[in-house]
Each structure stands twice: as C-alpha cells, then as structure tokens.
Design a protein around this ligand. Structure first.
Ligand code: DQA
Length: 161
C-alpha cells in the first residue's frame, strides 16, 4: 500500500510561520513521524510540498495508478482551488484532508473548504498531531478495502471451484 502526502503553499515554513497558530514543529519533523508510522504499518509513503497550484494538481494526478491513498493539506488553496478539488475527485481514491489549525474558528473565509467535499474525511484543529490521525485513518481505510478485496477474491474462487 502506498500513500502520498501532499502539502500546499507556505507549509514549508512550518516552525517559522505564525507559531501561535501552527506551533513550532517543522514540516520535516512531521514527515519523519509519519514515516515511522508508515513503517510500522508496512506502508510505502512519499512526500511532496509545493507553493504552486498546478504542481499540486500534477502531483494528485500522478497518484492515479500509482498510489492507494492521499493525505493532503492544500493550505490556502483549500479555500480557492476548484482545480485541486477536481484533481482529487478525478483521482478517486481514499483522500484525507488535514488542517493543522481549526479552520472553523478562524477568519470566515477559512471555514469554507472547496476540497473537503471530494475527500473521504477532514481532520482539523489538532496541530501536527492531525497528520498522525490521518495516518491512522488511512491505515484503517486501506485495511478495510484490502479485506473487502480478499473476501471478494475468496468468494470468486469458491464460485469457480
Ligand atoms: C492551513 C489552514 C489554511 O487556512 C491556511 O491557509 C494554511 C494552513 C492549516 O493547516 O491549518 O496555510 O491549511
């Protein structure tokens, strides 16, 4: 199973930007923690960060046929990007949206996510721990899909026997 983690604009500045909102943890530290969770669960994981909308669209598209799930924090594009929303929808795979801050408690424009309606679920407001929660959710979702596939294969084998 392979999961791709996609980080949107300004998340490369975590640890530096608005620590009162996002905390002191750097993006690399978050990714190191996610890597160890992936290892524990026999999961392949890749990381990608971009400040450019089109590059994020490209990376989501590249997941098609290559990855089993996406964990994405589209950052400011959450509130503006129909292109990223359409890419997630087209990728049609389990996708968990993460926000470090509680976007529902901040400025009004942050409360609206264009991308959440095409994601499997959204985790907001738990700080960097949200990425940990996303990994647990993804492990659960992919495990269920795998179990379903195995049950279907077993049923098919029975029919053919
Ligand atoms: C964010 C919330 C967005 O509104 C903001 O533009 C970000 C980070 C978060 O993780 O809390 O850059 O996605």
């Amino acid at each position: 199973m392979k999961v791709v983690v996609i980080q949107g604009p300004n998340l490369n500045l975590l640890g530096h930007r608005e620590q009162n909102i996002y905390g002191p943890m750097k993006l690399e530290e978050i990714h190191t923690q996610m890597e160890s969770i992936a290892k524990q669960n026999n999961m392949e994981i890749e990381f990608f960060q971009s400040n450019l909308e089109g590059e994020i669209v490209d990376r989501v598209q590249e997941c098609i046929g290559d990855a089993d799930g996406i964990i994405i924090n589209p950052a400011a594009y959450t509130h503006t990007s129909i292109a990223i929303r359409d890419a997630i929808s087209a990728a049609a795979m389990p996708t968990v949206e993460v926000h470090i801050s509680n976007i529902n408690r901040r400025e009004e424009f942050r409360a609206k996510s264009l991308t959440a309606p095409v994601c499997t679920g959204q985790i907001v407001g738990f700080g960097p721990f949200g990425y940990h929660l996303a990994m647990i959710s993804m492990t659960q979702i992919l495990g269920e899909i795998d179990a379903q596939k195995q049950a279907q294969a077993a049923a098919q084998a029975k029919v053919e026997a």
